[in-house]
Design a protein around this ligand. Sequence first.
Ligand code: ATP
Ligand code: MG
Length: 332
Amino acid sequence: MRIISVANQKGGCGKTTTAISLSSSLALRGKKVLLIDCDPQAHATIGLNVSPSELEKNIYHVLTPKESGTVGIEDVVQYVKENFDLAPSSVILSALEQDLAGTQGRENRLKDAIQALQTAYDYVLIDCPPSVGLLCINALRACDEVIIPIDMSLFSLRGVAKLVEIILLIQEKLDHEVRPRALITMYDHRTRYSKQVLAKVKETFGANVFESAIRYNIRLRETVDHGLPIGDYDKHAIGYKDYEKLAEEVIRAEEEIHIPGQRIVETALGILQNTEEYIDSVKESEPEEVCTSHLGAGDGAYQCAPSVQEAVAEGFLTETDEHWSDPDPERE
Ligand SMILES: Nc1ncnc2c1ncn2[C@@H]1O[C@H](COP(=O)(O)OP(=O)(O)OP(=O)(O)O)[C@@H](O)[C@H]1O
Ligand SMILES: [Mg+2]
């Protein structure tokens, strides 16, 4: 069983979209998948057409000591489609941190719950909230691999640095190794800015960035309204094709996940150092003023994509990009 968290404290960088779409593509390839929604926003739950308010129990009841360990993941699982189950969330999950205050082993709650599973899943994916609190730490503690979606922004890289710090801390304090891999999301090949960040991410992550990149695609936004994974909504969407490629790449990596711990630590340290150096080097010219809404959760990244004029003024687009049209041919 491979346990993969999808995490980045940066809001709106594509974590939930990745968690849902990748789960669905893996399930289509015959892999038995459980997606755990570990975010009180419950976007993965809602995005799969499950209504949090209609459920009696959800992942909160599995993790809270108030239920004294009587509820297992199987007691809350919802069937999504063949090979694809969901452990739903709801806003009540935000109370967990308080419930667990001062409790010993509070960072192990999710790990213990996954270990107690009786169902043989090939993949467990965990959709993390946009923060590095106890829920994210539980997810990192429970998983062996973490996919870090990076939209084309410095805030995303900042999120990476924070996350990698925590991965290192978990390695040091809890002796638990987690392999980080970056995934480019919302990629727009027409802007110089996207290209710059892509080059930086490739340099920073080396072999630890997925070859598959997820392009900006309006269909991925629409799927949420329909409560469907992209493949069940529009099989011709470029977003679907990109996640299909990612699923193949994830499956291919099945043979090479047993990386010696020392290399994981070195990788994480390298990523941290490179990312911090890069952030320092662009402090003067970073697009923070343009993109203050990045800091918010949810649709933050989407809303704050700089307008063409702003981006040109900030020097993120080349002269020829000035006549930039829609990067997504499917946008209406
Ligand atoms: N490749 C893409 N192209 C266009 N829109 C996208 C893409 N990926 C995600 N989106 C849209 O961007 C928004 C944020 O995506 P998503 O919810 O997956 O991010 P998130 O990281 O899970 O956010 P949060 O931090 O709030 O949990 C959503 O409206 C989603 O539909
Ligand atoms: Mg999310």
